[in-house]
Design a protein around this ligand. Structure first.
Ligand SMILES: Cc1ncc(C[n+]2csc(CCOP(=O)(O)OP(=O)(O)O)c2C)c(N)n1
Ligand code: SF4
Ligand SMILES: [Mg+2]
Length: 291
């Protein structure tokens, strides 16, 4: 299959999505198919892991190896798969609740290990599957089944959290711009290291009016039009600060070649060689990518 040209159809499973009609996750799925075809990932070399939630159903709608795992555990599963078989292209996905509430402890550890995994969060600012409870990114003031008088907590800012953890690829998109989102996912898959993409994907059943596609489109601005330089981390922080207020779409931050890790890798390689354990170090090198 090497050298073959793949199309969207090659990644489509026979399962029909059971999401509510109009759910943003349909758009994300379609962008993932297109991005995989653009990169030319052979379907038998693709692994896709998720947690639990409406969004976490996504691997089942692809022909990838993978599964819906346990709530909040897409990243440990994905890292395990990458370690076991470094030849695979590995995707992880899930919801805002899955990634930043119950799974919140995993993200910074995934980032600091920098495995070559693309992590897509379908951020609908609510727990969709369990019928509309407030989640980590729910906007203050939101009336939900668990906040009948309005939410009075400060939301998590996924972009700031991931940037501050040291992630080398941080992007934000939405299902109001599928072309832009496809490009972003494609770039994330091609990126050598851990890539994080926060996707505003509306929940049409429990989500707020302000978070639906039409409203997203009206408030969204393309980073490319603002001449944003993705290598400028301070500028990326400023954009990330606007999460929940403005919707800047594109790659906020991109860093190629994590030099601290490269230095450490060389030392590990020396230590392993000195200990006569060189083959094991080769596995480390392939998994935890050092440039
Ligand atoms: C350990 C555990 N706790 C709670 C649940 C119940 N539960 C399933 S999905 C979910 C929230 C899903 O929200 P999110 O991750 O945002 O995904 P969405 O459905 O919005 O796409 C919860 C609380 C569970 N399955 N397992
Ligand atoms: S409940 Fe919301 S997130 Fe879940 S499938 Fe329906 S629209 Fe999508
Ligand atoms: Mg959600």
């Amino acid at each position: 299959m090497e050298g073959c040209v793949f199309t969207k159809k090659d990644y489509q499973s026979e399962l029909k999505p059971i999401w509510c009609p109009g759910c943003g996750d349909f758009g994300v799925l379609s962008c993932i198919y297109q991005a995989l075809a653009a990169v030319g990932v052979p379907p038998h070399r693709l692994a896709f892991l998720s947690g639990i939630g409406c969004s976490s159903r996504i691997p089942g709608y692809t022909t990838a190896y993978g599964f819906n795992s346990v709530h909040g555990r897409s990243l440990p599963m994905a890292i395990g798969v990458k370690v076991a078989n470094p030849e695979l292209t590995v995707l992880a996905a899930g919801g805002d609740g899955d990634g930043f509430s119950i799974g919140g402890g995993h993200i910074s550890h995934a980032v600091r290990r920098n495995p070559d995994i693309t992590y897509i969060v379908m951020d609908n600012h609510i727990y969709g599957l369990t019928k509309g409870q407030a989640g980590p990114t729910t906007v203050p003031g939101t009336i939900s089944v668990t906040t009948p008088y309005g939410l009075s907590e400060t939301p998590v800012n996924p972009l700031l959290q991931v940037l501050a953890s040291g992630c080398g690829f941080v992007a934000q998109g939405g299902t109001h711009d599928l072309k832009g989102l496809t490009k972003m996912i494609e770039e994330g898959i091609r990126y050598k290291g851990f890539a994080f993409i926060d996707v505003h994907s509306p929940c049409v059943t429990y989500g707020r009016e302000e978070d639906q596609s039409k409203e997203l489109k009206a408030k969204s601005e393309l980073l490319a039009d603002l001449n944003h330089d993705p290598s400028d981390k301070i500028a990326a922080y400023r954009i990330a600060e606007e999460y929940g207020k403005k919707l800047y779409c594109g790659v906020l931050y991109r860093k190629d070649g994590l030099t601290e890790l490269a230095t450490m890798h060389k030392q590990v390689q020396k230590n392993a060689k000195a200990a006569g354990d060189y083959p094991r170090d080769e596995v480390f090198k392939r998994n935890f990518l050092v440039h």
